[in-house]
Design a protein around this ligand. Sequence first.
Ligand code: ZN
Length: 371
Amino acid sequence: MNLAEVIETLDRAYPPRLAEGWDSVGLVCGDPAAEVERVVVCVDVTADVVDAALARGAQLIIAHHPLLLRGVDTVAASTPKGALIHRLIRGGCALFTAHTNADRARGGVNDALAAALGLTVTGPVEYLDTPLPLDRWGVMVPPAQADEVLAAMFEAGAGEVGEYSECAWRVDGAGQFRPGASADPAIGTTGELTRVTETRAELVAARSRRSEVLAALRAAHPYEEPAHDVIELVGGDREWGLGRVGSVPEPISLAAFTEHVASVLGAPARAAGDPDALIRTVAVCGGAGDSLLGVVARLGVDAYVTGDLRHHPVDEHLRAGGPALIDAGHWGTEFPWCGAVAELLWPFLDVAVHEPPTDPFTVRAAPEADA
Ligand SMILES: [Zn+2]
């Protein structure tokens, strides 16, 4: 499998269009034509990860956090990150990042976190602002040319529904017309009612592809003026955005649930709220999720699991009656995604998850009374 094919698989799973505008996702270094056999998946590209990947002979590192984000104007080997880029290129190892696109995508960071916690997911914390606007196309075409016309429209981006492509509905029917006295019909006779068999095909396409789909239809259709209609569909299913909401299998106290979180994530966890409060429904957001505190407070859940929480936002949130908060660290809440990426690529590649935490906090101490 070459790198371009691996990227295609990753982009399907974590569509780059879901990424935040400020984010930097995709290929950082590497040749799309290069062959890939061995892959390492990690949250952060640290020197340890690069060591491990090169020792393994990996041709690709897939990371959650961008190594280079904003304001990069040098990758000189004398800079910490530039040195890693140099080592990767010298070692023939590409680097690919899926960040906020992986946070939002179904099966991404937040679904992996919810699954690790044993939640039954019922929806996202946030929907995407703009549901993908769709057109529905209807096309009349002689049956013999229907395949060809549909193929051209598919090629232009029509007929994509979720994980399915080349989706269309078609039926053969009778069209009829009576050419007027001064008409010069290609089929039929002046003044006589003529019936012809036509296929009607219906399919959807992103509104943004309308001009491409129309051009493809015109080019492939045998009629000089192809009979067609376009209807703008109102937003149906809204696209899922950040965070997930779900339920635990059995009601459990906040104290016991916090223990559960730490144990399944393999990361320290602390909670804010009444330790005896019963937890039934939980919101999660991998990484630094304090921007969602306000949204989560309106969801009516019993607890919110995220990372990187700070004293004052937590205090304010609890004073305002918000749900219990569990902070299981930034790395801890994002690491389950590495396993999801490995599962995605295992059928095709030799994939290893970089298990040692890349959490910059490496020492943990508690006062004696806690031990
Ligand atoms: Zn993160």
